[in-house]
Design a protein around this ligand. Structure first.
Ligand code: PLP
Length: 515
């Protein structure tokens, strides 16, 4: 038996599963991953990855006789690390409250188990004749149906494997027809602002429309911009990574199509939180990331219309992307192979498909009810803390995912985040969230704090955040902090770090997107 801590933890989970008479999830058949996720019983999935030693379960032993908790009270699905204890500067430990899932979500236990199941038959794909190669190829190819189904793809849509949403939108940028114009809103993540700007050598241009403060106003300025100039593609986010507010995709698609444009949706934030249905909503392409979908193994996808993808610039020139190669010429393959040069990430794709299956298997409306309850609890709780302000960008947006950005009057966002982490064991994000133009327009040049919830979150996480902010506002920090290389950090931080992940050993603090 492996002694790797993660593997050991899952062995522990299985033992706990048996102890509470939970049926472990059945191994999915080779092609279609028909997953029935294990029932959420988070208190039975205690892990201590950092120490490799299982922590003791908190609270009462899990019982099948428990009455169903209200939405948001408990995690909807168990995630790896959901019960992890982290050290505090003030001494002792606290269960890690991960309120930063919008940046990268923890793996579903189901996903981690599935990857472990696939690993023994992991091998080269497409070209191998061996048994394991054939299984791995089936995993990779079968997953296209799963992920396509997860986003409601049409029968003739293509699923291209990518590393992430950024990667997927870059693939699409290379496929915008020569001379085409791309229209984006200023509230986009950089991943959906920048790729279009790299195609100038082909005459592709991009225009940024400043969104209005209201949803209706924003749809109106979008319509005006579409009427003003011929547009090949409208590229918008499905849900803002800053405010969580959603765009009504059917209405945006109708505006785009009426003007003769196609619609691409950055679903990095939307897909983990809401059912995406490209066929129903008339979306031409959708981009998503596995690591935001509880499958942090390095895969993402671009799903949508075949025509542009068959004709566009091959994303990675190399093996697998070609039909025929001569010394002076090359005949490129059609999509998806055209954009998948090199060896694909089979395990990442297996994980992504398993996550999609697990989320799809949730009872209808359960995901939305869970996150709506947590978001409301969070927004209401923040509203009750003096000096805390929640920021919105699209008044009238029909709904919002569990992503909330706020500031605390008189306290730097980085200091707020450092205090939450060091004194309370709460993980949030601070900075400008790779959405500089939106933060600028919202008057948040110095950044803000973002809390985000997902299937592994619970009401207690939110309550702890609100209580910690209340304490910060009334009493100030309980420790001394200083700016170190531009980041707030506790002075003489006594917290122990795992030897394989000691942040004090790194050369320089990385500041993606300048915060
Ligand atoms: C709305 C949105 N789009 C795109 C991205 C980029 O995703 P990735 O880093 O997985 O490429 C993010 C990441 O935070 C995001 O929130």
């Amino acid at each position: 038996m492996s002694t790797h801590p993660v593997v050991a933890d899952r062995a522990l989970d299985r033992a706990l599963d048996r102890a509470v008479d939970r049926a472990p999830a059945a191994a999915p058949p080779a092609r279609r991953l028909a997953v029935v996720p294990p029932p959420a019983s988070p208190s039975s999935t205690v892990r201590s990855v950092s120490q490799g030693v299982p922590a003791q379960p908190e609270g009462p032993a899990p019982s099948r006789a428990r009455t169903a908790p209200a939405p948001g009270e408990e995690p909807l699905l168990p995630v790896v690390g959901g019960e992890e204890q982290v050290p505090l500067v003030t001494g002792g430990t606290a269960r890690y409250a991960n309120l930063d899932v919008a940046a990268s979500a923890p793996a579903l236990c189901w996903v981690a188990d599935h990857v472990e199941r696939v690993l023994p038959l992991y091998a080269s794909v497409h070209r191998g004749a061996g048994y394991a190669s054939q299984v791995s190829t089936a995993v990779l190819e079968g997953a296209r149906d799963v992920v396509g189904g997860f986003v409601g793809a049409r029968a003739d849509d293509v699923v291209v494997w990518t590393r992430s949403t950024t990667d997927a939108l870059a693939v699409l940028a290379g496929c915008v027809p020569d001379g085409g114009s791309v229209l984006v809103l200023d509230l986009e993540h950089h991943a959906n602002l920048l790729p279009w700007r790299t195609q100038g050598h082909r005459g592709v241009t991009s225009r940024v429309v400043e969104a209005a403060p209201t949803l209706e106003g924003t749809l109106a300025v979008l319509a005006d911009a579409l009427a003003a100039e011929p547009t090949a593609l409208v590229a918008v986010t499905g849900a803002s990574n800053v405010t969580g507010e959603e765009l009504p995709l059917r209405r945006v698609a109708d505006l785009a199509h009426t003007a003769g444009a196609r619609l691409a949706v950055d679903a990095a934030q939307l897909a983990p939180h809401r059912a995406v249905d490209v066929a129903r909503d008339g979306v031409d392409w959708v981009a998503l990331s596995g690591h935001k979908l509880y499958a942090p193994f390095g895969a993402g996808a671009l799903v949508g219309r075949r025509d542009w993808l068959d004709e566009g610039t091959p994303y990675l020139a190399g093996g697998g992307a070609v039909a025929e190669v001569g010394l002076d010429d090359v005949r490129w393959a059609a999509a998806p192979a055209r954009h998948e040069g090199g060896t694909p990430n089979v395990l990442g794709v297996a994980a992504l498909a398993a996550a999609c299956d697990a989320l799809q298997a949730l009872a209808g409306g359960a995901l939305e009810a869970h996150e709506r309850a947590l978001r409301e609890r969070l927004v209401d709780g923040l509203a009750g803390v003096p000096g805390v302000r929640v920021h919105r960008a699209l008044e009238g947006a029909p709904s919002a995912i569990g992503v909330v950005t706020f500031t605390v009057d008189g306290v730097a966002p980085g200091l707020v985040a450092a205090v939450l982490s060091a004194e309370h064991g709460i993980g949030v994000r601070d900075g400008r969230f790779c959405a500089h133009p939106l933060l600028e327009r919202l008057g948040l040049r110095e950044g803000a704090v973002r809390a985000s919830v997902g299937v592994g979150s619970r009401a207690e996480d939110v309550d702890r955040l609100v209580a910690a902010l209340r304490a910060l506002v009334s009493d100030g920090p309980g420790w001394e902090y200083a700016l170190v290389e531009g980041r707030w950090a506790p002075v003489d931080d006594p917290r122990p770090w795992p030897e394989w992940g000691d942040p004090t050993a790194r050369a320089a603090a990385a500041r993606p997107c300048g915060g």
